[in-house]
Design a protein around this ligand. Sequence first.
Ligand SMILES: *Cc1c(COP(=O)(O)O)cnc(C)c1O
Length: 224
Amino acid sequence: MIAQQLKLIQKSIQDYALKYQRDANDIKLIAVTKQQSLKAIQTAIECGQTDFAESYVQEAINKITTLHNPKLIWHFIGPIQSNKTRDIAAHFSWVHSLDRLKIAERLNIQRPNHLSQLNVCIEVNIDDESSKAGVKPNEVLLLARQIDALPKLKLRGLMTIPKPTVNFNEQRQAFAKLRELQGQLKHEGFLVDTLSIGMSDDLEAAIAEGATCVRIGRAIFGSR
Ligand SMILES: *Cc1c(COP(=O)(O)O)cnc(C)c1O
């Protein structure tokens, strides 16, 4: 089941890449394994999947240390509390959900010296929803400058979780706004190569708007 679903998603990524004149190699599939079992993750690993994302720190650390597989690349995509930054800095290669200077500073200080820079994306609240994580679009540039000054962090790009909608054009519009913000950062001289957009229900819209990382959970592992 997981093996088949994984193949289907890989095929979709290739089909959409072709449809929107993109190179499928520029689109990294990240398997979102929050609330999924170790066995499910093992199955995906056996299928060759190497990039995995988690949203809850303790659950993630348990899985990462149990699997203990240096080939895997772990992405943190959940809300970040100050008291969890040390664990995140020690166990992850990427953080997609960075939205505060204080957290960035802690990750920078706590990133172990034997590890390479922590790759980070700024999470943007693209639809300006009151209860949602992420910086406002007009706050992105300031936070990008602040992150740029932190030597153990490497700013890679932007991430967003838009307001859910089944309307394809609305999905694209939200992602297009994020793509424009990335363009502004590039214009300011930032070497940002990552647009972390696209989940199970908006994969096509994300690829149409330039996704370089897609974060897929349910479409691979089933409902949580
Ligand atoms: C859970 C989650 C996903 C995966 O969502 P699916 O709908 O299961 O594909 C992607 N990104 C983030 C930030 C998530 O929390």
